[in-house]
Design a protein around this ligand. Sequence first.
Ligand SMILES: [Zn+2]
Length: 75
Amino acid sequence: MNAEFPSAATGQAGVGEEFRPDLSNATVREDLAKTGRCAMVHLPTGRTCLRPLRHLGPCDFHGPEEAETVAATAQ
Ligand SMILES: [Zn+2]
């Protein structure tokens, strides 16, 4: 009786993709990031953090008008 036992035939697909809930709803505005700002955008509200890069504490999100002003004056 030849029973076949496939060894190492079943790969573990899907392992390695880490879900980051803290990054799933945020992105960075590159134009503001280049000015040394945190530039994290809160996508649900469209507001942007105007605090310095790698600031301490939580992000402080501002409206798009303020973000545009910072981006324009920092050049
Ligand atoms: Zn921030």
